[in-house]
Design a protein around this ligand. Structure first.
Ligand code: ADP
Ligand code: MG
Length: 320
């Protein structure tokens, strides 16, 4: 199969179509309309076989996750998603693989009402790069740099599940209950971009980031950019039933703090906005938990267990 018939067969027809796309796939570049008064938000992420997914991973899963991780970045900016571009490097034009992969992309475009507007198709080692674009009123974008001492720190959902899923996939651990294993694997393969939460946090949250590399790594970006310190209550970290019933408490905290791929949002909210936050979050149906507070102490990250300051390293918790 030639490059052009691959594009026509698998990518051109299948996407959801939007009115703000004047010209999609097929010319030298796409033409799109940005709504008046909105900033264009652009993010890109590459997934490489053998690095970000196993070489034999299901193509539909790879496609869905590649889209989801990009949408998660838009969510973390408070943006509403609109368009995708897809650059794919393939060892061979395997039609079964491409059929399943493009079905995964198409499903995501339908579900999120976004359009695939272009890309590039080349021969090479298996790798997928997606660029996602969306809109946010410029003054309402959620930045890493807007955290203030005294802000409460929140996370959506539960933490560490994808890390548990990865360890199950790599046969590094086992869990007794097969439903818990399935849950963790699903969290790894099918992250949920918190788009509705992101847009609901406009005008409410000060700083926001999505958790892709693990809470400790990611919160440091907010501390650096906002020039704050933070205190995290280890006993407040939200853990799923699967995590609590499958993993001993200390290891569960390790997963929650250090494992990547959760794609939950971490955000900070001033004391005055807490009431409004409760109302806004109730409409999203996404659970959220206050796990700590920003402070003015340098860029230090401090941990407490049942209100006592603890040395996370020396209590035996290990980063992995
Ligand atoms: P050019 O050579 O001008 O860069 P290409 O031949 O690479 O154009 O692509 C032709 C059209 O197909 C362009 O509109 C491009 O954006 C689109 N396209 C190429 N590969 C993909 C893909 N994997 N997914 C979506 N659109 C693609
Ligand atoms: Mg061209």
């Amino acid at each position: 199969m030639k490059e052009f018939s691959i594009i026509d067969t698998f990518f051109k027809q299948q996407s959801h179509q939007r009115k703000d796309v004047l010209l999609g796939i097929g010319d030298d570049a796409a033409l799109t309309l940005v709504p008046a008064g909105q900033a264009l938000v652009t993010t890109t992420d590459t997934l490489i076989a053998g690095v970000h997914f196993l070489p034999d991973a299901e193509p539909r899963t790879i496609a869905r996750k590649a889209v989801a991780v990009n949408l998660s970045d838009l969510a973390a900016m408070g943006a509403e998603p609109a368009w995708l571009s897809l650059s794919i490097s393939l060892p061979a034009a395997d039609e079964a693989w491409l059929g399943a992969f493009s079905a995964g992309i198409a499903e995501m475009t339908q579900f999120y009402s976004i359009q695939l507007i272009g890309g590039d198709t080349v021969q090479g080692p298996l790798a997928v790069t997606i660029t996602a674009q969306g809109f946010v009123p410029p003054e309402q974008a959620l930045l890493r740099s807007k955290g203030k001492p005294g802000d409460f720190i929140y996370v959506t959902g539960t933490l560490g599940d994808a890390g548990l899923g990865l360890d199950l996939l790599l046969n590094k651990t086992t869990v007794r209950n097969p439903e818990h294993a399935q849950f963790a694997l699903n969290r790894l393969h099918n992250p949920t971009p918190r788009l509705l939460v992101g847009t609901s946090l406009r005008r409410l949250a000060n700083a926001c980031i999505d958790l892709s590399d693990g809470l400790i790594s990611d919160i440091r970006h907010i501390l650096q950019a906002s020039n704050c310190g933070a205190m995290i209550n280890l006993d407040k970290l939200p853990l799923s039933l699967a995590m609590r019933e499958s993993v001993e408490p200390q290891r569960a905290v390790n997963y929650a703090l250090s494992a990547g791929d959760d794609y939950e949002l971490l955000f900070t909210v001033s004391d005055e906005q807490k009431g409004k936050l409760e109302i806004a979050m109730a409409n999203t149906n996404v659970c959220f938990t206050c796990i700590g507070q920003l402070n003015g102490m340098g860029n230090k990250l401090e941990f407490r267990l049942n209100n006592n300051v603890i040395d996370y390293q020396s209590t035996g918790y290990q980063h992995f």
